[in-house]
Design a protein around this ligand. Structure first.
Ligand code: GYE
Length: 303
């Protein structure tokens, strides 16, 4: 039974529908916070959520999408672990009449009708902001930069790389001496950083996410350097652990990327389900943190 407005007309509660969600996996603190946000928001929005964990593998994600199609969910949302290779399975969803929404990660396809919208941040802008910080703080240089990239073939790693590269291009003080993929994980960041440190003199690390930055920080310490001082670190996300390191001066700058996409996703999925026209891109809000800003933001941080 719905509420009644003063005129006595019944206002029905938001209709229930089923949303299938295929997650990349559990690679980072950001990702775990995003999953929680989606689960909580579904409950609050009267949405039946069927959640699948892609375990970081495209094949598992594709299989999960197929079983959601078989289950006849109303809407499918997913975060593709890599950009290429989705045309077949998304074509199957389209043929079944199930609309698809992409969340944070994008796909590359020649057929824009295979999905309705992408909900996420401007990841190239995040890379650019990280690059701008390196430019501001370069002093007289030279500055040797190591780039710890996210998952190879993921849209977010490509975008962050592109934005960063554009921001530092043409500055003769700055040079990316090495770039390695750390798969957005702590262990990936630590292992790749260890290898890079053994081979190159490094002044600044640009990590595509906080987990890799924290892994890098450990490798830097293990190699006998002081993170934040001998080797400066800039990363993306803004999760509590990294904000804590930033406050402690062991990490130097963070570009925020919010994982709290659940409420926006529920609103978008509901519109798509109702046949409404939705924008091709829905943007999430984000900012940057230096040490003082991190100190101020940390007490209220939810992830
Ligand atoms: O920055 C990282 C995660 O796709 C925006 O993936 C997301 C990224 C995020 O694992 O921590």
């Amino acid at each position: 039974d719905g509420d009644r407005d003063p005129g006595g007309t019944p206002t029905p509660a938001a209709a229930r529908f089923t949303l299938g969600y295929v997650q990349t996996g559990t690679e980072s603190v950001w990702r775990v916070a995003q999953t929680r946000s989606i689960q909580e928001a579904a409950g609050a929005a009267n949405v039946d959520l069927v959640f699948a964990d892609g375990q970081g593998r495209q094949q598992i994600q594709a299989d999960a999408i197929r079983s959601l199609i078989e289950r006849k969910v109303d809407v499918i949302a997913f975060s593709p672990v890599v950009t290429l290779g989705w045309d077949t399975v998304l074509g199957e969803a389209k043929a079944a009449g199930i609309p698809v929404v992409l969340v944070d990660r994008a796909v590359e396809t020649g057929d824009a009708s295979l999905y309705r919208s992408v909900l996420g941040s401007d990841y190239a802008a995040e890379g650019r902001k990280a690059g701008e910080w390196v430019v501001w703080t370069a002093g007289s240089g030279p500055v040797n930069i190591a780039e710890l990239r996210g998952t190879t073939g993921s849209s977010v790693a490509d975008d962050r790389s592109r934005g960063f590269t554009a921001a530092i291009a043409g500055d003769s003080r700055l040079r990316v001496v090495v770039a390695e993929p750390g798969d957005f994980t702590r262990s990936g960041g630590e292992e790749r950083m260890r290898v890079m440190l053994a081979r190159f003199p490094i002044d600044v690390v640009f990590a595509h996410n906080d987990d890799m930055a924290i892994g890098a920080l450990r490798a830097i310490e293990a190699a006998g350097h002081t993170p934040g001082t001998d080797i400066r670190i800039v990363s993306v996300d803004g999760v509590r652990d990294a904000m804590t390191e930033l406050v402690a001066g062991r990490l130097n700058y963070i570009v925020e990327c919010s994982p709290l996409l659940g409420p926006q996703l529920m609103a978008l999925a509901r519109k798509v389900h109702g046949g409404e026209t939705v924008p091709a891109r829905v943007a999430t809000e984000e900012t940057t943190f230096d040490q003082n800003q991190a100190r101020a933001a940390l007490p209220g941080r939810r992830y």
